[in-house]
Write a protein that binds this ligand. Structure first.
Ligand code: PLP
Length: 421
């Protein structure tokens, strides 16, 4: 409708506008772009870096139907098995009955259900902060919060292995962006010592690194932040619900709290649903409500997903056995994998990578595991550094010992075959 009226308008108008309209509708232009895109895809394929989507026909706990095969999934970040938990399903279903399916508009336009307030109060309590703000995803939380808090002239220091959403938000900001080597406290100190006087400094780090499964040295980072009056933005997407006596994340695990610390988390991983959040002071949250663009300009989450989040928070408190089972599963596998001689890259959490090296070999390994009945993804550059393609195995409280034993057996056999061991 718009295009045709625009075309008509152009047609009736000056010659210049007419040539614009012709160029706009000429066939070659899209063809050129298509060729460019095809070339880019071919280049990815030549380097074994082409990604494709795979169809899942059913999912029930750790069992999934992937393109005609029934597999045991070792790739979800659903650490506590909450994505399929009856309490979350019941809460979500009830909320659909009570509130409907969609939220209708952004929270600043149409208000927010009281489920939001309850969920944010619960998340703030979990993180030990004054307040919290829920975004539509962890990605949106990082993009929105970092985009709002980093101002022109600030110094931004980020770990090299941070999640892409952090890196992108830092890079897009108007701050001076510097990357330090993975967990390298000496380099971080050096960068802090070189800061300009009165410059605001942000240290941005994953709590649990998503492709390596190791943890940030939070205590040392916090000490540095205190000495140099810097602020920390901690992405606890994989730590929330997993680490700490209350499942509060890395700060809970280390028994640390600080007014210099901003904690971000995801509701999409251990909490089994969808959404991201930022926890900190009341001032910070008020500021984000006013300044974080992905919060302001995006529709609120559906009530069902908020209710599921609330049910998940309740389970964190009431069912610590889920967390215990998760760690039991992870520790059992990790010990055996190490004994077999696999390089697990310093994993300390339910994310256990197995280093392969070449992308093609990692893909072959993953395919062989698939044929044997296991869904374990190969992770390749640019998600991980060149030459460090790997299998990424994630554990859940829902895995059984039999499933883990079977995985170990096949991992060993395939590794010997592909000369990884
Ligand atoms: C998954 C992830 C995110 C994004 O969270 P979503 O809720 O999936 O959008 C952000 N940071 C890290 C470290 C993650 O692993």
């Amino acid at each position: 409708m718009r295009l045709s009226s625009m075309k008509k308008k152009c047609h009736d108008s000056t010659r210049k506008a007419r040539s614009f309209s012709l160029r706009f509708f000429r066939k070659e232009a899209p063809k050129n772009v298509m060729q460019r895109q095809e070339k880019a895809l071919e280049a990815l394929e030549a380097r074994n870096l082409l990604r494709r989507l795979r169809r899942v026909d059913f999912a029930s706990g750790t069992s999934i139907g992937l393109e005609g095969r029934k597999l045991i999934s070792f790739c979800a970040n659903d650490y506590l098995g909450l994505a399929h938990h009856p309490a979350l399903k019941a809460a979500a279903t009830q909320a659909i009955g009570d509130w409907g399916v969609g939220a209708g508009a952004s929270r600043l336009i149409s208000g927010h259900s009281r489920l939001y307030e309850a969920l944010e109060a619960g998340l703030a309590a979990l993180k030990g902060t004054e307040a919290a703000l829920v975004f539509s995803s962890g990605y949106a939380a990082n993009s929105g919060a970092l985009g709002a808090i980093i101002e022109k002239g600030d110094l931004v220091l980020a770990d090299r292995l941070n999640h892409a959403s952090l890196m992108e938000a830092c890079r897009r900001s108007e701050g001076h962006f510097r990357i330090y080597r993975h967990k390298d406290i000496a380099q971080l100190r050096h960068l802090l010592e070189k800061r300009k006087k009165n410059q605001v400094v942000w240290i941005v780090t994953d709590g649990v690194f998503s492709m390596d499964g190791d943890c940030a040295p939070l205590q040392e980072i916090l000490r540095l932040a205190d000495t140099h009056e810097a602020y920390i933005y901690l992405d606890d997407a994989h730590a929330t619900g997993v680490l700490g006596p209350h499942g509060g994340g890395l700060a809970d695990e280390c028994q640390l709290s600080s007014p210099r610390l901003i904690q971000m988390g995801s509701l999409s991983k251990a909490l089994g649903g969808l959404g991201g959040f930022v926890a900190g002071s009341r001032t910070l949250i008020q500021y984000l409500i006013n300044k974080a663009r992905p919060f302001i300009y995006s529709t609120a989450l559906p009530p069902s997903i908020l209710a599921a989040g609330l049910a998940a928070l309740e389970l964190l408190e009431k069912a610590p056995s889920l967390r215990e089972q998760l760690w039991k599963n992870r520790d059992y596998f990790h010990e055996k994998a190490q004994a077999l001689g696999f390089d697990t890259l310093g994993s300390e959490t339910p994310i256990v990578p197995i280093l392969i090296g070449e992308s093609q070999k990692a893909l072959d390994f993953s395919e062989r595991l698939c044929q044997a009945g296991f869904f374990v993804p190969a992770i390749r550059p640019p998600t991980v550094p060149e030459g460090s393609a790997r299998l990424r195995i994630t554990f859940s409280a829902s895995h059984s010992q039999v499933q883990i034993e079977a995985l170990l057996k096949h991992l060993e056999a395939i590794a010997r075959d592909l000369q990884v061991l």
